[in-house]
Write a protein that binds this ligand. Structure first.
Ligand code: SF4
Ligand code: SF4
Length: 345
């Protein structure tokens, strides 16, 4: 394993150099220790402050932007191109996103499963290069190891960076990552044997820890959750939930959308928005029928989708244990407690 070692200043210089290849984004926290709100474009040669845990906004916003223009059209009567869809040209500039935590990076891979045949998502995957940042200090709301991930995980990353004894160790995961490391010539040095050994030890310990933590994931797969479809527990949960949708918009693995057409002055565009299964309108049919018209049905669906329907269809749970929904639910609904309840019933 080839590992490059950067000091803090060198890391800043390298990120600035990568800025010549694309837009470099970093977590937007003003100082270390404070949760980042989202992502900001890097404007100078600086190593951004690194806060523990994930930024408030997930990395999915780069792949499922709000809104995303699917195509444009003209509505001028008599014009040759009237109502002929014109797809936007895919962007030529890459985004290079630094500081993506392993849970968020893994969500990109999970979302690619339902979007396998979606040309827009696939094009964005090609134009977003992910530099992961492993977690030495998981937060109290983090539980990636319960859901098949690890604080040292590299799924979904092109390159993975680990902070070790004041230095930053970077290893390429994909060919794209290797190319980015080639830009570090004269800035980073090849890590010595001790540093590589330290990194391998950290990975092994994290994976072993994750192994014991995957018990909830395994147990959930073995449990027939459909048996609990009508359990009174869902009603208790629904009484607490205010259906604000915060959990779904902040969740990196919630990927539902709505499509709308907008027209103005003879020009139109079809746009895709992130949407939330917590809202009654989400499933309202044109006939007026709503298969999930009651809150209890929507709350149950959110958890069943993550813990039962998605795994049945694709394999893994549709939760990466980032803890955002735990941190930001206004009524303190905690998916870890829901998992525990489902296993105990
Ligand atoms: S954030 Fe909490 S209250 Fe809001 S919809 Fe989600 S579970 Fe319900
Ligand atoms: S369900 Fe909650 S903990 Fe799981 S990925 Fe979504 S926001 Fe993170």
């Amino acid at each position: 394993m080839k590992v490059l070692k950067f000091d803090r200043k060198g890391m800043g210089k390298w990120l600035a150099r990568l800025g010549e290849k694309g837009n470099v984004y970093v977590p937007a926290s003003s100082k270390e220790g404070k949760t980042a709100i989202g992502w900001r474009k890097l404007e100078s040669a600086e190593m951004p402050p690194v806060s523990p845990g994930v930024p408030a906004r997930p990395v999915k916003n780069f792949l499922l932007p709000q809104p995303e223009v699917l195509f444009r059209f003209s509505t001028r009567p008599g014009k040759e191109d009237s109502f002929i869809p014109r797809e936007p040209e895919p962007g030529q500039v890459d985004n290079i996103i630094f500081g993506v935590r392993p849970c968020d990076a893994r969500s990109i891979m999970l979302n690619a499963m339902p979007y396998e045949n979606d040309p827009y998502y696939q094009a964005r995957m090609e134009h977003n290069i992910i530099i992961g940042l492993t977690c030495g200090e998981p937060c109290s709301t983090c539980f990636c190891s319960w859901t098949g991930g690890s604080p040292m995980g590299t799924d979904g990353c092109d390159l993975s960076v680990t902070e070790l004894e004041g230095a930053f160790m970077a290893r390429a995961i994909t060919r794209r990552g290797e190319k980015l490391l080639e830009e570090a010539a004269g800035i980073a040095v090849e890590a010595d044997h001790d540093a590589v050994e330290g990194l391998e030890k950290m990975s092994a310990t994290a994976v072993a820890g994750a192994g014991s933590g995957t018990a909830p994931e395994r147990a959930l797969r073995e449990r027939d959750l459909m048996e609990l479809y009508n359990a009174p527990f869902w009603q208790d949960l629904a009484e607490r939930c205010i259906n604000c949708g915060a959990c779904t918009f902040l969740c990196p693995t919630c990927y539902c959308f709505d499509i709308q057409d907008e027209t103005l002055h003879g020009k139109g565009r079809r746009i895709r928005y992130q949407d939330s299964c917590m809202f009654p309108l989400f499933t309202l049919h044109a006939s007026g029928h709503n298969p999930r018209g009651q809150k209890v049905q929507r709350v149950r669906n959110r958890f069943m989708h993550k813990l039962k329907y998605f795994p049945d269809r694709f394999g893994p749970l549709s939760c990466v244990g980032c803890g955002r929904c735990v941190r930001d639910c206004p009524v303190n609904i905690d998916i870890r407690e829901v998992m525990g309840k489902l296993l105990a019933l």
